[in-house]
Structures are given as structure tokens and as C-alpha cells.
Design a protein around this ligand. Structure first.
Ligand SMILES: [Cu+2]
Length: 554
């Protein structure tokens, strides 16, 4: 989607809550064919290689791991066998995401083998399982090893044991963010010392499923021992759209207002925080649409889950969007400033509620109910009755200019705002902008690059979307175009034109809603007025457009 190229620039925001200043870059892509090597120091048995882990919270619903020096999300890591590695998890973005290592994607989430002292790598002739000395991660907090097993003498004396520290390490990630940050410096040591095994292994999050990345074995020169992807990660990585990236959210792209399933707005008056407010509008619409569900399972448990998941998703999106806004400044989560308090709340919501979403999905699956039971409920009675003027953000000689049909043609133009019905619009249940007096059957549409008022018809190109920056976008032949001021003031009219440019700073639009009380009494009829000429999406027994004709302004 083109809508937010400008806003996209904001996605390389500074991770202000990171341990060190860090740019999230445009780390939303995944590069399956790039093998990223660690930073190594020392030689021979003294060699220690390091991968520094963080999370891009905004890359997907759950966020994805990123690794310093590696491109993209969930990078494929190249590891040498028989060499010590450290996976550093000090950055606060690792909160709630303790690393695990497994032979197949998702480890225990999917009931497959993890790297554990008692588990012999598949196909290896090693007898390491007999004395609990098989390759396994060793979990460390602030330099203190948390387990008993060891195959790295520099961390702890060699020892066969089933305890490799995970049972201490993982629970600490459930602490509050401030306590977690204060508790120490988390890292995992791993030396894979079984050398008759060349299949890929996997790093993954021990709390959240679907966050598995590949580790391939490489030789001294950094060349892979096994080119084939075996085993495969059995799912594709999600990718936040440009719009979601600009908001910091996931999955709200399709719920930009206006949307027939949502009211015309959630944030009623924007002032200076338009972009964040637009994001809130979209995510609230996603929740509103998501929280209209069926009850086909005939189960209170299923209904609870189907309703609670979109509810939780919205909490996560709101928290992510606030983090993404850059408005919170907190360098130490244990400080009791308002910003730090809110940052802790955001981090807890994102990680905890995402975890609960996965638990709830698992529960309905176990109960044999479908994961979703969505139904479409049109809120058209809300979106169809409210009328508004479309005012250009750009003023001329301090005069406000509003859109309306030209006096002399079908072209849409702006003229001085006068509050007349000619300058009133409403959004139809199809997402079109209906232009002009209450009995008008004209909708804003495109003719080439001209913006015209043409007879409303379903399924044409006239779907109008308010973009993040307050621009008005229309999709014409698959391309997003922006309604823009064009040319000179001729006889008090300035024509409009569709442009591809994203310079909508000067092309923003305000919807000035007209109070219901200023409209005609008949219009306040409980929302049953009809948008569609066919009346097919009506709720029955309602008045039609033609019946509105009797209504006129004072
Ligand atoms: Cu996680």
C-alpha cells in the first residue's frame, strides 16, 4: 500500500527504551538466503562468538527477533561446531522472549526435540545421551550460570546433568519489565560439540510460538555444511504492511476509516496528534469489526475466546503504537516517572496479552472449536446519517475552502466554505463519499485524474479513504491516488485533481461533522436511512433516499 510512504519514514524510529540507542531500521524483511555470522574473538579453544539479540516489536503480531549486524528479521545464523557461542539477551526488547534451541521449529510448543543434555542429535552416533552430556544451551544471568550441566569449561566445569538452567532463566522473563531489567544481564551459552550432525537447528522464543529462526552449521571459512533447508520452518514470517509499520501496529491496514463495520470516527477531535489518532481509529475499527462474532460453537468458552482475542489484539496494538509514537522517553524502567510507568504498562500488555492470545487459541483448538467465528455487522446507520463538510487544510487569504461540485461542470472543486448543503458529504455503506444535498445521488469519483461528482454506483473506483496524514485517497485502477488542490482560483473555484504524490502536507482535509441537531429531525431516525439506491443493505422498513427529499435546510 502506498498510503503512508511519508509515514514510513517514521518507522526507523529510535528504540528509546533500548539499552543502547538503536535504530529499528527497516527490519521487516526476511532474507532466507543470507547466512549471518557471529562476531568472534580469540582462536582455537579460546574462541568465543557472539550474537546480540533484540526484538523488532512492530514486525509482526508478536514481533520478531533481530540480531545486531544481521539483515532483516529472524536472520539465518551461521554457527561453527565445537566453538563457544553467546546469545546476548540484555536489551529490554528481549523481555518475555527467552531464547530456546531445538532440532525442529518451535521446540516444546510443538512437542518436538529441543537441545537438551539427554537428547542425542538425530542420526548421530554419539553416546552423549547416556550421561546427559549432549549439546544444550547454558542459561546465564549476569555472568552466573543457572544450571549444573556443562560442556563449556569456561562457564562451568564439564558436567553431565539434566539441569541446564532453563527452569530458572525462563521464569525470570515473566517478572515485571523493571525487575527484569534490574535483575541482570541475560545470555545463553551454546557449544555444539557433536560433529557428525549437519542438519539445521532452530532458535526460538520459549514463551511465544511461531518465532523460530534457522541456524546453519558453517566451517571455518563461513561456508555452510548443508545447503538444503532441512528441517524447514513450517510457516512463513508475517510482515507488517507499510501502514501498520507507520503505526507500529499489526493487522489494521484494512480497517482504516471510513469502514462500513465501524463508526465514522473513534477519536472525535484531533489536535496535533493526528497521526496517532488516525492509527487509533484504524485499530479500534479492527477491534470493533473483530468483536462482532457468531456463537456457532454454542459454547460460552468459545464465545469468550472469539471475543477476547480481538480485544487483546487491540490492547497490544494500542501499546505498540504508543511505543512507536516516540512520545515515551524512559531510559530506566525502574524510574517512577509517568513515561516509565506507561512504558512498563505497554511492555506488559504487548508481551503478556500476546502470550494470552496464544493460550486462548490453544484452548479453543483443544476443545475442538474454530479459531474464529467472525460475522459482518454493518454500522451503516452510523456512517450514513452523519453529514460533514470536507474542508481543505490549506486556506486562501485566511478563508476556509470546502469541497463541492462545480457550479458549471461535474468537477469537484473547493470554494469558500458557506455551510450550504452543496458542501455536505456523507459516507455510504460502500465507503463512497456522497456529495451534495441530502437528495443527491452523486458520489465523488475519478475520471482520469479528474475528481468528479458522478452518479453513485456500487463497485466503482469511488471508495475514499482518509490517509494517515489527513489526505483523501482513492484507489484508481489499482493505484492509490490523492485528492489534491490543482491550479488557480477561477471564479472562486479551485479545481481538484488526483495525484500520486505523497506531499499531502498541503493537501490535508478535515471532515467537519454537522451536529445532528442542525440536520432535519427526520434524519435522526435511528439510522435506517438508505445509502444504496438498491436498498439491499438496508435493515428493512426504512426510508429511502427519495423520501428524504422533503427535508431541507432552514
Ligand atoms: Cu516471545
Amino acid at each position: 500500500m502506498r498510503l503512508s510512504i511519508l509515514a514510513f519514514l517514521l518507522s526507523s524510529s529510535v528504540g528509546v527504551y533500548a539499552e543502547e540507542e538503536y535504530y529499528y531500521r527497516a527490519d521487516y524483511d526476511h532474507y532466507p538466503d543470507q547466512v549471518c555470522l557471529a562476531t568472534c574473538e580469540g582462536t582455537g579453544s579460546d574462541e568465543v562468538c557472539t550474537f546480540k539479540f533484540r526484538l523488532n516489536q512492530f514486525a509482526s503480531e508478536l514481533g520478531y527477533y533481530i540480531v545486531d549486524g544481521c539483515e532483516g528479521i529472524m536472520p539465518v545464523l551461521g554457527m561453527k561446531q565445537n566453538v563457544q557461542y553467546r546469545f546476548i539477551q540484555r536489551d529490554i526488547s528481549n523481555y518475555y522472549h527467552p531464547l530456546g534451541f531445538a532440532y525442529l521449529a518451535d521446540g516444546a510448543h510443538d512437542d518436538v526435540d529441543e537441545l537438551e543434555p539427554s537428547i542425542v542429535p538425530d542420526g548421530s552416533s554419539s553416546k552423549c545421551g547416556d550421561d546427559n552430556t549432549c549439546p544444550a544451551p547454558m542459561y546465564i544471568n549476569s555472568g552466573k550460570y543457572l544450571g549444573k550441566y556443562s560442556n563449556i569449561d569456561e562457564v562451568a566445569p564439564y558436567n553431565g546433568d539434566e539441569d541446564f538452567g532453563l527452569d530458572v532463566y525462563e521464569p525470570q522473563f515473566f517478572a515485571s519489565p523493571g525487575d527484569w531489567q534490574e535483575a541482570g544481564k541475560y545470555e545463553v551459552a551454546l557449544k555444539f560439540d557433536v560433529t557428525d550432525f549437519t542438519k539445521d537447528i532452530v532458535y526460538f522464543c520459549h514463551i511465544h510460538q511461531y518465532m523460530s529462526g534457522k541456524i546453519k552449521w558453517v566451517d571455518e571459512a563461513g561456508d555452510v555444511l548443508q545447503a538444503a533447508d532441512d528441517p524447514e520452518i513450517p510457516y512463513d514470517y508475517e510482515r507488517a504492511t507499510a501502514y501498520d509499520q507507520s503505526c507500529g501496529t499489526y493487522g489494521v491496514e484494512d480497517f482504516k476509516l471510513p469502514n462500513a463495520q465501524c463508526p465514522t470516527e473513534f477519536v472525535c477531535k484531533e489536535a496535533g496528534i493526528d497521526k496517532f489518532a488516525h492509527c487509533v481509529d484504524s485499530m479500534n475499527c479492527a477491534m470493533t469489526a473483530g468483536m462482532t462474532t457468531g456463537a456457532s460453537s454454542n459454547s460460552a468458552k468459545a464465545l469468550f475466546v472469539h471475543q477476547m482475542i480481538p480485544h487483546h489484539q487491540n490492547a497490544v496494538n494500542m501499546a505498540k503504537a504508543l511505543l512507536n509514537s516516540g512520545d515515551l522517553v524512559c531510559n530506566d524502567l525502574t524510574e517512577e516517572t509517568a513515561d516509565c510507568t506507561l512504558m512498563v504498562v505497554c511492555l506488559e500488555i504487548i508481551t503478556g496479552q500476546n502470550h494470552q492470545i496464544q493460550s486462548m487459541r490453544g484452548a479453543v483448538e483443544e476443545l475442538g472449536y474454530p479459531g474464529e467465528d467472525d460475522c459482518l455487522v454493518q454500522v451503516s446507520h452510523v456512517s450514513s446519517t452523519r453529514r460533514f463538510s470536507v474542508e481543505s487544510a490549506k486556506q486562501f487569504k485566511d478563508e476556509k475552502y470546502c469541497a463541492q461540485k462545480s457550479a458549471s461542470s461535474n468537477n469537484l472543486v473547493v470554494v469558500k466554505c458557506d455551510g450550504s448543503q452543496a458542501q455536505q458529504f456523507k459516507i455510504t455503506s460502500d465507503g463512497q463519499l456522497k456529495a451534495g444535498p441530502i437528495d443527491s445521488k452523486l458520489c465523488v469519483n475519478a475520471k482520469g485524474t479528474k475528481v468528479i461528482a458522478a452518479r453513485c454506483a456500487k463497485g466503482d473506483s469511488g471508495t475514499v479513504t482518509k490517509s494517515l496524514d489527513g489526505g483523501l485517497a482513492m484507489v484508481v485502477d489499482g493505484e492509490t491516488m490523492f485528492i489534491s488542490l490543482n491550479g488557480k482560483n477561477v471564479d472562486g473555484e479551485i479545481p481538484l485533481k488526483l495525484k500520486k504524490t505523497s506531499g499531502f502536507k498541503s493537501q490535508g482535509w478535515h471532515f467537519n461533522y454537522i451536529e445532528e441537531s442542525n440536520l432535519e429531525e427526520e434524519d435522526d431516525d435511528g439510522g435506517s436511512d438508505s445509502d444504496s439506491e438498491e436498498g439491499e443493505d438496508d435493515d428493512g422498513g426504512s426510508d429511502s433516499d427519495s423520501e428524504e427529499e422533503g427535508v431541507d435546510d432552514d
